[in-house]
Design a protein around this ligand. Sequence first.
Ligand code: SAJ
Length: 430
Amino acid sequence: MNKTNVIRKKVTIIGLGYVGLPLACAIAKTKKFEVCGYEIDERKAKLIREGISPVGDQITQKLLPKVKLQVSSEDQILSNSDYFIVCVPTPVKKNKLPDLRPIEAAARLVLKYLRKGQYVVIESTINPGVCEEVILPILEESGLKGGKDFELSHCPERINPGDPKWNVLNIPRNVGSLSQKGNKHIANFYRSFLEGKVNEVNTIKVAEATKIIENTFRDINIAYVNELAKSFDIMGIDLVEAIQAASNKPFSFVPHYPSCGVGGHCIPVDPYYLISRAKKAGFDHSFLRKARQVNNSMPRYAVKLLEMKLKECGLTYESAKIGVLGLSYKANVGDMRESPSLEILRLLRQNKALYRVYDPYVPSMSNTKTIEELFSWVNVILLTTDHKEFVALPVGLFKKNHIKAVIDGKNCLDKNGIVNAGIIYKGIGR
Ligand code: SAJ
C-alpha cells in the first residue's frame, strides 16, 4: 500500500521492447499505478529487473533505475490488471503479408485474465480492422462484450528510436475505442502520465489508420526521391543539393532524401498492412506497391553504382577490397531489422566480392574492430549507414589509405573534399 493507502490501479504492459519499456517507465514515474511488465524473453526480463535497459532509449535509461516495475516472463503477472497495454511486434512474413501471430498471442494472454471492467489498449502498429476483426473476437471468447463489459482501444505508438527531441513523454498521441465513454476514460488515463497532447478520435479504425498513414506517407516520399535519384544520376544533377534548395520553400515542401534503402520495423513494413487490408476490401494500392518496389530496389542500385565505379578505377570484384561502413538501418542505433546493409552484403557475396564490415553499433556482426583497421585493408569504401562516426570521417583517412572510390549510400560524406582529393565519389542521386 502506498503512503495515502489508496489502492492503485494495476497496469500491465505486454512486450517490454523499444515501445513497451519506455511506456512502462513513463507510467511508473508518476507512482499513480502499480506497473507490471510481461516480457516473453526471460533474458530481457532479468536485465530489466536489474535496472538495465535492453533498449537504447534515453528516457528509459534515465528512468528505469529509479522506477518500481514488476517484470516477469510468466503470464501470471497479468492477473488482476485494470489496464492491459499490448506493445508487441507486428512484422510481415517473407511474402510481405501481415504476421499477426504476436498480437494474437498477446490477445490470448489477455483473454486468460480478462475480467469485467478492464481496459485493453493496443499500441502496436496495425491496419484498420485488426482490433475489431482479429483482437475483439479473441477477447469476446470470454463471453464478455467489448465496449460494454470491457473496453478495447488503440493508441498507436510513435516512438522514434534515436530521436533526441521526441520521446514517450512528449510525443502527441491519438486514441480511439469501441465506445466513446471508454475512449474518454483511456484518453484521461494516458493524460495522467504523458506530457504530450492526447487526441480522441471517433472510432478505433481511425486510430488504426493514423499510424499507417503517417508511415506510408514517409515510405512514398522516400520512394519519390529515390526514383528522382536514378534519373538525376543519369542527367548528372546533384539531387541532394536540389532537395536542400527546395527545402527553403517556407510551405508545403517536406524534404526526404535518397539513400541505399529503407530499413527498420516501421516504414518498410507498415504499408504492406494497409495494402493487404485494402486488397481484402477489393482495392489495389498500386501506388503504395510501386513505392515499396522503388525502395526495395535501392540496395541493388547502390551495388550497381559500386560496379560502375570499380570499372572506372580499373578494379574488379577480384581485385577490389571493399570496406562496408554500417550494418544497422538507421544512424546512431544498432537495430538491423530490414536493414538495406544486409541486402547489400548478400549481393556482394553473390558477386564473390572481398569485403570487410564495420559498424560501431553492431560490433558482434562487424569483422573489423575499428574504422582505422578497416581502412588499412580496403581500397574501396561503400557506406550504408550514416552513423555520426562516419559522417565526421576526415578526407585524410581516405587519402592516407589510398582509397580509390567511395560509394556514399547515405549521402553523408564530404563529397567535395573526397573529389578534390582525386578520389572517385558517387552518392545516391549525388
Ligand atoms: N530514410 C531514407 N530517406 C529519408 C528518411 C529515411 O532513406 O528521407 C531511410 C532511413 O535511412 C531508414 C528508413 O528510411 O533506413 C527509416 O527511417 P526513419 O527515419 O523513418 O526511421 P524509423 O524506421 O525509426 O521510423 C520512425 C517512425 N516512427 C514510428 O513509427 C513511431 C516514423 O513514423 C517516423 O517518421 C520516423 O521514425 C522519423 O520521423 O524519424
